[in-house]
Design a protein around this ligand. Sequence first.
Ligand SMILES: [Zn+2]
Length: 353
Amino acid sequence: MFDYGGIICQKMGNRYWIICGLVFSSLFRVYEASAGDSDPLYRACIEQCEKTGCIAERCFSHCKFSPDGSFLDGPWYMQEPLYLRWKQWDCQSDCRYHCMVEREKERAELDLGPVKYHGKWPFRHFYGFQEPISVAFSVLNLLMHYHGWRSFFSLLYSKFPLKRDKSPFYGYMGLWNIYGLLSVNSCFWSAVFHSRDVNLTKNLECSSGVALFGYSLILAIIRSFNLKDDAARVMVAAPLIAFTTTHILYLNNYKIDYGWNNKVCTIMIIAQLLTWSIWAGLTKHPSRWKLWIVVVGGGLALRLKILDFPPYQGLVDAHALWHASSVPLTYIWWSFIKDDANYITSINLKKVK
Ligand SMILES: [Zn+2]
């Protein structure tokens, strides 16, 4: 979409850039509005809710008005306990959610399928969590990474022999430790973001995801090419770190462009899976079958990340399934990392003897 617009604009010459910019920015504004929130019945419901604080018999705590129209108990964010204020629940978000639920009920009665509202599928909230299934699987994934990382660490330090300086014989330990840290961080922000989607949580989820995918690609190249030399490792890591950092800065300081970010993340994941799969095809590593499971499983899971279908029963969408599929893959992945540590340590021990 962006490229196509750029080509047309270039052909028209520089003086049309401004007109072009206006036309395309208005086009994007149209794209930003989803079918659900363009619906006149939904809009009427929002208008009435924001005026009265109620939908039919139901009134919302965040919409308490005095007769002059100001909030009764001060601004909404002063009414929440401190630990809940980051969720930024206010009268508008209450109205949007409940109007959406009402409209979806009416649509279901007419045998009409769900539509998107403000760019998102209609999810049923569960105890204040916006996408409860994605939250649950993000937390499960976090626990899986933490468990794998901890057992990897204790394996190296308590089960395998160490060098005289007390460092392990496995030369990739530091790199996998950073990977463990970035994975746990990414799962944590993913759980927070799926609990409540606001600008702050969106930025943190996106940035931690990009950092993890960028770093995983560096790690895939360093491990599969067996790069032991610091200079070679820096040559691989430097451009990828520069790109990943620039992309994170772009997202945080310029704009959160989901479409563009999805493309960047998808390319980084594909590059990583390709690197591992080529290595898995060439190596004699005793645990290469685990690598194959993760590569094939990761490829299939990536299809779920790209797919975009409405949530079943307002709970399970393609994205939630993607998070679910990551849980067993994470377990097998850390199992491969531990096998790799075992394999490399035994090779290095033979060299020492
Ligand atoms: Zn997610």
